[in-house]
Design a protein around this ligand. Structure first.
Ligand code: AMP
Length: 179
């Protein structure tokens, strides 16, 4: 199963990706988690990423693409927080092609903006303050939301309602992943 979860910050991608990966015994690949790990280990990559993350901006595509390649196990994965730009999506397609693999489904977890802000403020991660939240939602609209049309055109997109209980979202996610 090779799946991408798409959604704004706070949509619940991380929670759902983890549940899906556990159920299907596939890798859960979160670029945000990888970067946070690199930062806590004090690596070069972490240092590079930190300045962007602190501002709520995207880490540049070339850095993200170099970083993610070894994580793309063609046997299966659920990608959480990647791709976030059209260039990343194209990079992903290239890397999968090279491995003779294809994306099977892109599932958009849709949550209204008001609910996203509420959730992010409750989550309280270091980049979840009022100043960066607005910016991150803007970045999502401008740079990531165009992926919705891109994957629709490729016939890969399913949208599910993320403004439900975690278990109900997961039920819809499982159905979408099978379709
Ligand atoms: P997340 O945990 O997915 O909310 O990501 C936290 C932060 O990590 C984002 O605000 C970005 O600064 C950075 N980040 C994570 N994934 C990506 C990506 N695919 N492209 C660029 N920046 C990313």
């Amino acid at each position: 199963m090779r799946i991408v979860l798409l959604g704004a910050p706070g949509a619940g991608k991380g929670t759902q990706a983890k549940m899906l990966a556990d159920k299907h015994q596939i890798a859960h690949v979160s670029t945000g988690d990888i970067f946070r790990n690199e930062i806590s280990e004090g690596t070069n990559l972490g240092q590079q990423a930190k300045q962007y993350m602190d501002q709520g901006s995207l880490v540049p595509d070339d850095i993200v693409l170099d970083m993610i390649e070894p994580y793309l196990n063609p046997k299966g994965f659920v990608l959480d927080g990647f791709p976030r730009t059209l260039d990343q999506a194209k990079g992903l397609e290239r890397m999968l092609n090279d491995a003779n693999a294809k994306l099977e489904r892109v599932i958009q977890i849709d949550v209204p903006k008001d609910a996203l802000i509420q959730r992010l403020l409750l989550r309280g991660r270091s980049d979840d303050n009022e100043k960066t939240i607005e910016h991150r939602l803007d970045v999502y609209q401008k740079q990531t939301a165009p992926l919705i049309a891109h994957y629709k055109e490729l016939g890969l997109l399913t949208t599910i309602n993320g403004a439900q209980d975690i278990e109900d979202v997961f039920e819809d996610l499982l159905k979408a992943a099978k379709s």
